[in-house]
Design a protein around this ligand. Structure first.
Ligand code: NAG
Length: 264
């Protein structure tokens, strides 16, 4: 734009002087020659060209403006996408960690959590809390006898719970019993070494484990306690606290724990 205007101003000055000369001449002598007409003509042509230049410059400016706007918007969208992608990556890592924890593959889970923490620090993301729901049972004893007793107690409570809550003919119950509980029992009792992937441990083990990764346990809010009590009120299922965590208890036996962990 600056170029256009400068160009126009410069030419305008020169041609305007021609026009001034012609007009002065007309006033003085009343005789305007061909040269003066050419001067005028040239003046208007130059002004017109100048205007076109300015308009072009404006259009160009607008174009640049729109381009800038598009680029800015693209950058903003990109930033949002990147953030979302980073968030999703973190979520995926957590899900992977959860899956590995589910299968009690401590080694892989610890790697996943370490990756999560690293990713969170590198990308500047600050996940506030992680809610961990875990089976509250110890199915990881090296002793076959202890493991069998623990599994017996735990699964008898679970079967009792099913008996109270679901019909025996319920297809969902049958599936859960056959594919999940049955397989779980078999794996805990009969499998050894790497084949034994059901290795539940109790909350105290998880506590030590999370503390090692610099995570701090948080209190459950009063409203969540209140709601949990509302749901469990008057049934065989109840909630009780274990430190800051919540335990889901069936007829006095804890079966599930809920704890909240904050990154430092
Ligand atoms: C098995 O359980 C008993 C009683 O709870 C305990 O004293 C013992 O140390 C356990 N053995 C193993 C190998 O965990």
């Amino acid at each position: 734009m600056s170029f256009g205007i400068l160009w126009w101003c410069k030419l305008r000055d020169e041609v305007e002087s021609l026009v001034v000369v012609a007009e002065v001449k007309r006033d003085l002598i009343g005789n305007v020659g061909l040269v003066d007409f050419v001067g005028w003509w040239l003046y208007y042509v130059i002004v017109a060209i100048g205007m076109v230049k300015v308009v072009k410059a404006l259009i160009w400016l607008q174009f640049v403006g729109i381009l800038w706007l598009i680029q800015t918007m693209q950058a903003v969208v990109q930033e949002m996408m990147t953030r979302a992608t980073k968030d999703m990556e973190l979520v995926h890592l957590f899900l992977a960690a959860a899956e590995e924890m589910d299968q009690q593959q401590f080694h892989l889970a610890s790697q996943s959590i370490a990756r999560c923490l690293w990713k969170a620090s590198v990308t500047g993301l600050r996940p506030s809390v992680v809610v961990v729901c875990e089976v509250e049972a110890n199915h990881n004893s090296p002793s076959f006898f202890n493991r069998s007793v623990d599994a017996l107690f735990f699964y008898s409570v679970l079967f009792d719970c099913f008996e109270d809550c679901m019909d025996r003919e319920n297809l969902v119950r049958k599936r859960i019993e056959v594919f999940h509980i049955g397989e779980g029992i078999r794996n805990i009792i009969a499998a050894e070494d790497a084949e034994r992937f059901t290795r539940n441990v109790k909350l105290d083990v998880w506590r030590a484990y999370f503390a090692r990764f610099g995570m701090v346990e948080m209190e459950l809010s009063e409203s969540s306690w209140y709601q949990a009590n509302l749901i469990s009120h008057g049934s065989s299922c109840s909630v009780q606290n274990d430190g800051k965590a919540l335990l889901v208890v069936w007829k006095g036996t804890p079966i599930e724990s809920v704890s909240i962990w904050k990154f430092l």
